[in-house]
Design a protein. Structure first.
Length: 161
């Protein structure tokens, strides 16, 4: 026989809700100890299912990140090479200007000092700009103080050999 005292006892012992306690007591023919065991087993099964779902969700996120790396990895790696190439050229000598060209027409001509401040102030915009410029086949050139012009792509290619 199930009474209110048994229901209260099982609720206080397990912390389960009324519906689950009622189901457990009905399945155990009113035996409080068996009902508590039933609830604990059910909670363990639910927690295992949640754990499995969480692991599957994490695996899916990892797979999505890997596919994004495959798509964007080449572009970001090349952009990193361009940025590193510009930094190396600037450190080596008196680089004065950064020029971005397309079809031998100057699209952008900036002092390297201004370019550096712009990259520090708005790094995301700088990276997006470089990404668009790289994808659409723009050329990056640096003019040294002595007038020598260095093509950044050629510099990177020669450096990697």
């Amino acid at each position: 026989m199930i009474n209110l005292e048994k229901i209260d006892y099982v609720i206080n012992t397990t912390g389960a809700g009324y519906e689950l306690v009622r189901e457990a007591l009905l399945n155990s023919d009113g035996d409080v100890d068996r009902a508590i065991g039933y609830i604990e087993a059910k909670k363990f099964k639910v927690s295992q299912n949640k754990k499995d779902e969480r692991i599957e969700a994490e695996a899916q996120v990892i797979e999505e990140n890997e596919s994004k790396k495959d798509i964007f990895g080449g572009v970001t790696d090349t952009l990193d090479e361009i940025i590193q190439g510009i930094k190396e050229i600037w450190r080596k000598g008196n680089a004065s200007r950064l020029i971005v060209e397309k079809d031998n027409e100057t699209v952008l001509s900036l002092s390297l000092t201004v370019s550096t401040f712009g990259a520090i102030i708005a790094p995301i915009a700088s990276i997006l700009g470089l990404t668009v410029a790289y994808i659409t086949d723009y050329d990056f050139k640096i003019i040294m103080a002595d007038g020598k012009i260095i093509d950044v792509r050629e510099y990177i290619k020669n450096k990697s050999k």
